[in-house]
Design a protein around this ligand. Structure first.
Ligand code: SAH
Ligand code: SF4
Ligand code: F3S
Length: 437
């Protein structure tokens, strides 16, 4: 076949996978691959997978099944499984799915160029001592005014339900100079907002010129980069919210008033069983300190319902904590037993109990999210335009508080940071008018 080879990547799971998929595409660009939007016209399909819940992991197998006719029609089609399912299941994927040619884990995908050329079927789930970041090619021009930047990977916390410490490995922070270079490069290509990523991003302690730097120090240095207007970070663990990071929310204007701070449960008994290493009260006091530094900060969280042993009273404690904090949004999940984690040894609650609790929790969260949106009515907010909207002259962007905002602004361009007066709310977005200046 002539012309460039086409690569289709499907990304599952968290934002770190979004970042990784971008870097995999860049790595394979060196082998002559260009990305395409559909599997049908691809020469190679890569599924960048997530192992966090059973449903997420099983979806990969049904998607692989759907690729079978393509592989039959074109035996040269290469099919690869990357990401956290690849790490967790390795060889098992080759056994279960004969159409898969290659399996590559999240810490070894810098070796993709060799792996795609290797004869036969290959598995690479090493967690090499050298980091992939030292071997990846430089980032190419990004598509829009926002970008992710992975600053920290892996996790040493071992929450009783979670596979991440096993799929991503031990906690590692990238050195400050590399991150500043990558961020400067992104800003030079038009990126105005960077979201710093890590499974435990606020545990960041990368090597700086004078010893390890905290996340707050890194944010301070990033704020000095010309052109970069906004900084966010995710996901944080409550126990790693250091004083300097809390203070930065009050002092650093480029740090956005938004914080995703997963708590999982409001019951001390369940928090202990989850090995979260903090109580509900400690979390509430932490929230008070964060709000003292930045009163208008919008807080979001993650919740697991029906963790083994969770009683109705434990669940009520979670609802109470949600009401007490007043989260602006939250992700919530039914507990899913994951192989190899301590909690998987404990008996599951009945499915009806889990369904009922999830529904009740989501109803409360939705009401709070609605209230948080309505509280924006009449307020003046900063909006970074990301793309044109569906209506003529309309732009869509994100507010400082990460709400989606629609603005009719025929002069607007992606990357413009404008002041907007919020005039209307819809279920998942706000609308407003651009202010002068
Ligand atoms: N590092 C982050 C979260 C990573 S996983 C943190 O510490 O909070 C993202 C979310 O998936 C978690 O916050 C949790 O709510 C959910 N999750 C993780 N394992 C799960 C499981 N076994 N069942 C259901 N939800 C789970
Ligand atoms: Fe998983 Fe807990 Fe680590 Fe978050 S802190 S990635 S939930 S083990
Ligand atoms: Fe999923 Fe791995 Fe992210 S398990 S949530 S893709 S770290």
């Amino acid at each position: 076949m002539s012309g460039p080879k086409k690569l289709f990547i499907k990304t599952y799971g968290c934002q770190m996978n979004v970042y990784d998929s971008e870097r995999m595409a860049e790595t394979l660009a060196g082998q002559g691959y260009v990305t395409t939007e559909t599997a049908e016209d691809a020469d190679m399909v890569l599924l960048n997978t997530c192992h966090i819940r059973e449903k997420a992991a099983e979806k990969v197998y049904s998607d692989l099944g759907r690729l079978r006719p393509l592989k039959q029609a074109n035996p040269d089609l290469k099919i690869g499984v990357a990401g956290c399912v690849a790490q967790a299941e390795g060889e098992e994927i080759l056994r279960r799915m004969p159409l898969v040619d290659l399996v590559v884990g999240p810490q070894s995908y810098h070796r993709l160029p060799e792996l795609v050329q290797a004869p036969g079927r290959v598995v690479d789930t090493d967690m090499p001592a050298e980091t992939k970041f030292d071997h990846l090619p430089p980032r190419k021009a990004p598509r829009g005014p926002t970008a992710f930047l992975t600053v920290q990977e892996g996790c040493d916390k071992f929450c009783a339900f979670c596979v991440v410490p096993y799929t991503r490995g031990a906690e590692v922070s990238r050195p400050v100079d590399r991150l500043l270079d990558e961020a400067r490069d992104l800003a030079g290509r038009g990126v105005r907002e960077i979201t710093l990523l890590g499974q435990n991003v606020n545990a960041y302690h990368g090597a700086g010129p004078d010893g390890p730097w905290s996340l707050a120090r890194l944010i301070g240095a990033l704020a000095g980069i010309e052109g970069l207007a906004r900084i966010r970070y995710t996901t944080s663990h409550p126990n790693d919210m250091a004083d300097d990071l809390i203070a930065a929310h009050g002092e650093q204007p480029k740090l956005m008033p938004y914080l995703h701070l997963p708590v999982q449960s409001g019951s001390d008994r369940i928090l202990k069983a989850m090995n979260r290493k903090h109580t509900a009260d400690q979390y509430l006091r932490l929230v008070e300190r964060i709000r003292a530094a930045r009163p208008d900060i919008l807080l979001t969280s993650d919740f697991i319902v029906a963790f083994p042993g969770e009683t109705e009273a434990d669940f009520q404690a979670t609802l109470d904590l949600i009401s007490a904090v007043g989260f602006g949004a939250a992700y919530s999940f039914k507990y899913s037993a994951r192989p190899g984690t301590p909690a998987a040894e404990r008996p599951d609650l009945p499915a009806e109990v889990a369904d009922d609790r999830l529904q009740r929790l989501q109803a409360l969260i939705n009401a709070l999210a609605q209230a948080a949106q309505e509280a924006m009515l009449g307020r003046e907010v900063g909006v970074l335009y990301e793309r044109a909207g569906r209506l003529p002259g309309q732009m869509v962007g994100k507010s400082d508080h990460l709400h989606a905002v629609h603005v009719v602004d025929p002069q607007g361009r992606p990357g413009d940071l404008v002041r907007v007066r919020i005039a209307a709310t819809a279920p998942h977005s706000l609308a407003g008018t651009r202010l002068a200046g």
